[in-house]
Ligand binder design. Structure first.
Ligand SMILES: *Cc1c(COP(=O)(O)O)cnc(C)c1O
Length: 568
């Protein structure tokens, strides 16, 4: 079908517009940087499976986020990761204008369709300013995800929020709710407010020319981080110069903050329904922003996307229908034979070890293999495992283990980049007792191999800064238990010794206290069970599937969004 026919299909019923700066649609479309984009992609995939009428809006990010290569001592090198939108999506004829820095910037889009299990599709509009009628600088506004400086970021967020709302209208989409996935998308509310303004209307004292209650009814806001430094903020002078003033400034100051435009604050003020992505994260958000009602909807991951082929075959055989009803995975413990689980995991592990061998090191399939991979940044504390190298070596001499790490640092996160170098030094220092590798260019493809192929998934964030964390959920779909700090989703998924193990008590501590707890768990609980009680280990794998995969899937998450947010 051409884009005209598809659009006609998609605009026949009213939809929820899901706005996200990044979105992971498939491994060869690099329009994501990490967890937030993966969540957006899984949201769209589940909406397609469940036939929830959604339309997603994101940026085309023609040059991707970046491709990571690493020097021998762990210095991160970045190069563009270009893709060809025409190979996967259809060009849209419509164009809308957004004024940026006093210039008219034209915005068009590409239509990508995410197919669901039952044949339904969810349209995804990828916004693009690469048009001949735009000034050369403006053509590159949708090239680099999270690239450039504050000005580039604000322009991208204007294209996303204001351009996105206008393009949906130009394409005739009927939108019943706007769901802002993180503060990056919150500027869409300014366009909605502007549309409700009645300049000629007589204003009584205390009244506004904008219909804020109407906008609030339409908006849903999901916040994703309790890290202050990660919140998008712009000073008013910069905002005025770049964005003009889409609504009057007094109104904006009331909604986004008196001293700076804080997009999280804006999201909180313009949305009737606000949620964090785990119970603990909602509590933390309420503490950061007193006075707001913040619900909690725990994240989930898309079952089909994150289950390796060996486990998918196992579920097809023993739990048929699991793809449509992942709750069926709750029966894994009673229905899947232990030796079949061991065989499936051996397949996944062999695939990972082959990937690692491609980088040089030979890993031993009989050793406990620990995986750690995510965005490399300070609060995630990827170096916690190496707090005491002697202690770690001593543990490994008694119970053989090996380590695989991966992850990108944002190019301007200098401490994150240094962490990658520090990890390289630590990984070299623990040899030869411990085989260790850092795999470059962590992305969807590598993530799928890693979360399925390791024996244990490690997570060591500084509580309470991990909003949710999702890679441990991906591991659970492949029977891989977590050893994790009690934060984010793990507070809800953890049953000690049953679905994995906890590090610390979930309270903010000195790293030393958490490191000691990590070593004790490894030495006393995890490693002895893995090496001396293989049957017990398989029970943990099965319990992980039954109790974690059955709950932390994106269908459950989308049911919650549908009932609590979209149907109101
Ligand atoms: C899932 C995923 C992440 C997010 O991992 P967290 O555990 O939530 O930090 C980041 N990058 C990639 C490529 C992923 O697949």
């Amino acid at each position: 079908m051409g884009s005209e026919d598809l659009l006609w299909e998609f605009t026949r019923e009213s939809r929820v517009a899901y706005f996200s700066m990044e979105i992971a649609l498939r491994p060869d479309i690099p329009t994501y940087s990490g967890g937030l984009g993966v969540l957006a992609g899984d949201t769209v995939s589940s909406a397609a499976d469940l036939d929830i009428p959604l339309v997603a809006v994101s940026l085309v990010s023609r040059s991707g986020y970046f491709r990571q290569s690493l020097t021998r001592d762990g210095e991160q090198r970045e190069s563009p990761d270009p893709w060809d939108p025409a190979a996967h999506a259809q060009p849209l004829g419509a164009r809308v204008g957004v004024i940026l820095e006093d210039r008219l910037v034209w915005v068009t889009g590409w239509l990508y369709t995410q197919k669901g299990l039952r044949g339904a599709g969810v349209p995804v509009i990828l916004l693009d300013t690469h048009l001949p009628e735009n000034a050369p600088d403006d053509r590159t506004l949708t090239d680099f995800l999270y690239g450039g400086d504050q000005v580039y970021r604000l322009k991208q967020e204007m294209v996303l929020g204001v351009g996105g709302v206008r393009l949906l209208a130009a394409l005739d989409f009927q939108i019943r709710h706007y769901h802002m996935n993180e503060g990056h998308a919150a500027l869409l509310a300014l366009e909605l407010l502007r549309r409700t303004a009645r300049p000629g209307r007589e204003i009584h004292p205390g009244e506004s020319s904008y219909d804020l209650p109407r906008v609030r009814e339409m908006c849903i806001f999901t916040t994703h981080t309790p890290v202050e430094a990660a919140l998008d903020r712009f000073d008013y002078a910069l905002f005025r110069r770049i964005a003009g003033m889409p609504v009057d400034e007094a109104m904006l100051r009331q909604l986004a903050g008196e001293n700076e435009v804080n997009l999280t604050r804006l999201g909180l003020n313009v949305a009737e329904y606000v949620n964090g992505v785990a119970e603990r994260h909602a509590q933390t958000t309420r503490r950061m922003f007193p006075g707001f009602t913040v619900a909690a909807i725990a994240n989930g991951v898309h079952p089909r996307t994150w289950t390796c082929s060996a486990f998918a075959r196992l579920y097809d055989e023993h739990l048929p229908g699991w793809q449509c009803q992942p709750e069926r995975l709750a029966h894994a413990e009673y229905r899947i034979p232990a030796d079949a689980v061991r065989r499936a995991h051996a397949d996944a592990k062999a695939e990972l070890l082959a990937e690692i061998a491609g980088q040089g090191p030979r890993f031993d399939p009989s050793r406990l293999t620990i995986g750690f991979a995510r965005r490399m940044t300070g609060y995630k504390r990827p170096d916690l495992l190496f707090f005491d190298l002697d202690r770690l070596r001593e543990i490994a001499r008694r119970h053989p283990l090996q380590l695989v790490f991966a992850g990108k640092a944002h190019p301007r996160d200098a401490p994150g980049r240094s962490l990658i170098q520090a990890l390289h030094r630590s990984l070299a220092a623990v040899g030869p007792d411990i085989a260790a590798v850092y795999l470059p260019n962590y992305d969807l493809r590598l993530a799928k191999i890693l979360v399925a192929g390791v024996d244990l998934w490690l997570n060591t964030p500084q509580p309470p800064l991990e909003a949710s964390g999702t890679s441990g959920m991906k591991a659970a779909f492949n029977g891989v238990p977590s050893l994790s700090v009690l934060d984010g989703w793990w507070l809800e998924g953890h049953v000690e010794g049953v679905t994995g193990w906890a590090i610390g008590d979930g309270v903010q501590h000195d790293p030393q206290i958490d490191a000691v707890s990590l070593y004790e768990k490894l030495e006393r609980a995890v490693l002895p069970r893995f090496h001396a009680e293989p049957h017990e280990w398989t029970s943990v794998m099965l319990a992980t599937i039954s109790r974690n995969a059955s709950l932390f899937h994106s269908d459950r998450m989308m049911h919650r969004y549908a009932v609590d947010a979209y149907l109101h």
